[in-house]
Write a protein that binds this ligand. Structure first.
Ligand code: COA
Length: 260
């Protein structure tokens, strides 16, 4: 895969997507959104790829937001169309059938926080700075910030972040549950790699069903969510990997999962 604004690679079953516009602090223009979509869909089809780490190039920024030069040109219908395209990408990431880890390596502002919010797990470096500063531009978050942030950190914290537009540091992001952990910058990618490797030793279809159960369940009542969990548990029981996983435990050996 060759992209203008991304670097991608596959190493030891991990797909890496590195947003690569360092001179613009990896700001997301329309072209980059389109390329990200293509990269994710291509890794979805690639059986070699069992999990994804998404990060920004350089040591300063994950993504410093949507490209403000593009935002400056939007009218009412153009603005709606513009964010719907970005939302399409965040939905692909959120519902990706393989685990996606955001390695937040610096500024993750506006669309940067929103892309990280769509990922399944967020790990930040100590220099990370996150926030939803759109109101300072006369705008509101448009790539899911008003929705996923409130669902992740609660309505009160989301209201304060979105209404103040305040940029918070990594420790604050950890305290409110916006990121899962904070590590020194030099340890960021190795930590993400280690977490991804730990996850991909597990049965691939079980990972996919678990992602679906958590994502869809949060949209439902507890009762409906539990029913969904039961349905997906049943589907997991029908996989060859569940037979292999349970048998391997009984035989005191390591499971050999095939993703079937
Ligand atoms: N859109 C477009 N360009 C952006 C950008 C964005 N969201 N964020 C940074 N850039 C560009 C800058 O315009 C600058 O380009 P230039 O060198 O051609 O002038 C380059 O990236 C470097 O940014 P700069 O502002 O010089 O770096 P800094 O270290 O002084 O400040 C930030 C870093 C993140 C505080 C600052 O760039 C910023 O506030 N960015 C916008 C953040 C934002 O509001 N994002 C939400 C958008 S919805």
């Amino acid at each position: 895969m060759a992209f203008k604004n991304l670097l991608t690679k596959v190493e030891s079953n991990l797909g890496w997507i590195i947003i690569n516009r360092p001179d613009k602090l990896n700001a997301l223009n329309g072209e980059t959104i389109k390329e990200l979509q293509e990269a994710f869909l291509s890794f979805q089809e690639d059986p070699e790829v069992k999990a994804i780490v998404l990060t920004g190039s350089g040591e300063k920024a994950f993504v410093a937001g949507a490209d403000i030069t593009e935002l400056a040109r939007l009218d009412q219908s153009g603005g709606k169309d513009y964010v719907l395209k970005g939302q399409e990408l965040t939905k692909i990431i959120e519902n990706f059938p393989k685990p996606v880890i955001a390695a937040v390596n610096g500024y993750a502002l506006g669309g940067g926080t929103e892309i990280a919010l769509a990922c399944h797990i967020r790990i930040a470096s100590e220099n990370a700075k996150m926030g939803q500063p759109e109101v300072k531009l006369g705008l509101i978050p448009g790539y899911g910030g008003t929705q996923r942030l409130a669902r992740l950190v609660g309505k009160g914290q989301a209201m304060e972040l979105v209404l103040s537009g305040r940029i918070i540091d990594a420790d604050e992001a950890l305290r409110i549950g916006l990121v899962n952990r904070v590590v020194p910058q030099a340890d960021l990618l190795p930590t993400c790699e280690a977490v991804a490797k730990e996850i991909v030793t597990n049965a691939p279809l079980a990972l996919e069903y678990a992602i679906t159960a958590i994502n869809r369940g949060l949209e439902k009542t507890l009762e409906a969510g539990l029913l969904l969990e039961a349905d997906l548990f049943g589907q997991a029981c029908a996989t060859e990997d569940s037979k292999e996983g349970t048998q391997a435990f009984i035989e005191k050996r390591k499971a050999n999962f095939q993703g079937k």
